[in-house]
Design a protein around this ligand. Structure first.
Ligand SMILES: [Zn+2]
Length: 369
């Protein structure tokens, strides 16, 4: 018997279904149908369109496919062969459905791979949504402050932020009764340990460890129990110390001039105002002309026209002695500046606290690099 699936269905539905044949012949017809599907799938893969894929599915495994018609027509074959024929047709139907599903999945993967290959994208490129950050105003000032120091041959040294009372106070001639040692001004840790209140603690460490002559600068974080428009509990200072023979206030003035011009990025008017610090004698406060009102007086400078940047002076003889240096031979100069204060003045920031509240939009308004 040489017939197609359609012919077989027609035969079964006709009156002469006694010519149906045998299970072997049915098997051959079904194999032929499967083979035809397989060839069509190969062709469709090369000339794929969604319509063609839908037609193929409908023709071979759809509700109106010849295979479905055959299932319905099996009722017309002799009862003793109906069960075997039904199993055969169902197995073939399942195999063909699997083949179509597998084909569609394979084609989908093929499309994805083709798309990736054709796009040829450089996935290492930054996205157009990437936002570049900018330097924090304080980082910029700190960087600019260190430039003249390095040009003048200073060594940049680090110091401990947690230190003993001896190095933070006693070695610097700050007596036990000094107000700076009050609990409300200083963060005390365990017995005799404090968060350093100034970078001056590096002075005694450096003199003891490095010896004389000494020419150092120490940038770092310091801590005080203060919080208002011009004070924050954690802030940065930069400490300068020179100890050698014949060092005097003239050297101090020169270094300060060099430093503040670099820190502000332009020449600024400064003044040294006589003051007192236990670790220097004579001592002076360093003031810079207010960069918001330029001397006229405003809220930021408390209507003085000047902004206090830090303290300076000739190193007290007692400090030198405490650190094993003979004040009869050597003398020294030292100063400590508040880096945050300089940033506040340079960038005309009204409230120092706004530099630390994490407002990225505000900080990026400086557009610093
Ligand atoms: Zn002012």
């Amino acid at each position: 018997m040489s017939t197609s699936l359609e012919q077989l269905v027609e035969l079964l539905n006709s009156e002469q279904n006694s010519n149906y044949g045998s299970l072997d012949e049915l098997k051959k017809i079904l194999e032929s149908e499967e083979d035809l599907l397989s060839k069509c799938l190969v062709f469709t893969f090369d000339f794929f369109s969604q319509n063609r894929a839908d037609e193929l599915k409908s023709r071979f495994v759809g509700k109106k496919s010849p295979l479905q018609d055959l299932l319905k027509s099996l009722k017309n074959i002799p009862a003793e062969e109906r069960k075997g024929a039904g199993q055969l047709v169902n197995q073939t139907k399942q195999a063909m459905e699997n083949a179509v599903t597998k084909f569609l999945k394979t084609y989908e993967e093929h499309l994805e791979q083709t798309k990736i290959a054709s796009e040829n994208e450089d996935i290492t490129l930054p996205t157009c949504f990437a936002k570049l950050g900018s330097r924090h105003p304080i980082s910029v000032v700190m960087r600019d402050l260190l430039v003249p120091f390095q040009r003048m041959g200073f060594a940049v040294v680090d110091g401990p932020e947690i230190d003993t009372e001896f190095f933070n106070f006693d070695a610097l001639n700050v007596v036990k009764e000094h107000p700076a040692r009050e609990m409300q001004d200083t963060f005390f840790l365990a017995s005799e340990w404090v968060l350093r209140t100034h970078t001056s603690n590096v002075q005694s460490h450096a003199m003891k460890e490095r010896g004389i002559p000494l020419k150092i600068v120490c940038p770092g974080c310091v801590y005080r129990n203060e919080f208002d428009m011009t004070h924050v509990p954690s802030f940065r200072q930069i400490e300068c110390l020179v100890v050698d023979k014949g060092i005097h206030m003239g050297h101090l003035r020169h270094v300060i001039n060099e430093l503040l011009s670099a820190a502000f990025g332009r020449p600024v008017k400064i003044r040294l105002r006589s003051s007192f610090f236990p670790f220097t004698e004579p001592s002076a406060e360093v003031d810079v002309e207010c960069q918001q009102c330029f001397g006229k007086g405003c809220r930021s400078c408390k209507h003085t026209g000047w902004s206090e940047i830090g303290g300076c002076g000739v190193v007290n003889r007692k400090v030198l002695e405490n650190c094993g240096v003979d004040p009869a031979i050597y003398s020294g100069i030292a100063f400590g500046f508040g880096v945050d204060r300089i940033a506040k003045d340079r960038f005309a920031v009204a409230d120092l606290r706004s530099l630390f509240d994490g407002n990225v939009e505000y900080l990026s308004s400086f557009s610093l690099t």
